[in-house]
Design a binder for this molecule. Sequence first.
Ligand code: 0L1
Ligand code: MG
Length: 263
Amino acid sequence: MNLDLAPIASALDQAARKARALPQFSRHTPFNLEQAYQIQRASMAHRYADGERMIGLKLGFTSRAKMQQMGVDSLIWGWLTDAMLEEDGGQLNLDRYIHPRAEPELCFLTRRAIDRPLTQLEAVDYLEAVAPAIEIIDSRYEAFKFSLEDVVADNCSSAGLVVGPWSRDFSTLANAGVLMRLDGALVEAGSTAAILGHPLRSLVHASQLLARADISLPAGSLIMAGAATAAVALTPGAQLTVEINGYGECAFTCSGQAQGERS
Ligand code: 0L1
Ligand code: MG
């Protein structure tokens, strides 16, 4: 059966813009992973048509903790736009989110276009800098429940990102301590080693995924390497800090109130 993917892409785009949760599509309209990525691209095309600029990509489900938290076992990828950037040390207005969660990540800034599959040895040569970062994920599905295909179609829950101070020191990337604090209390602790065993592997995977999709990622792009721990829910007034040993910290304070699952 030929499935019309455009209405799903459009519904996901509208759900993100209006911060309104949707029922899972895959429950009544099954689609495969390839179709899910087609929906993702079509949904992102709406944003680009509306003036948002692609600034890079994100990898998801790169750690065991995240896979277990969400009950999946495959790495996924999605796109970042300039409209998702939130200020380090600033206020994060929850009004534009449905049921946001935050997770600690590393963000890479690329120095060269990534236009072919890279080895781990080559990967560092493609990097300009690395920074501690926070990803804000906000599934457009009710109750944050989805199949792998649903979440891919939903641009892998990408909603916001905060990027901390840039560093050109890649020497301790492999196993740096990661601490996430909510209102000063430690809520998650881990290591960058949880990101595929070494965060540079995210770059290698990204290069392979890009090559398979026949896309060249321009120099100066951001790559969110994936979470080192599980994610935490954001509530009004919460202050969230992520510290990565040797790389510093980034933070925000939540203002406003998330939309929740309005009917
Ligand atoms: O690791 C990730 O960024 C996956 C995001 C998609 C799943 C989720 O919403 O938790
Ligand atoms: Mg993430």
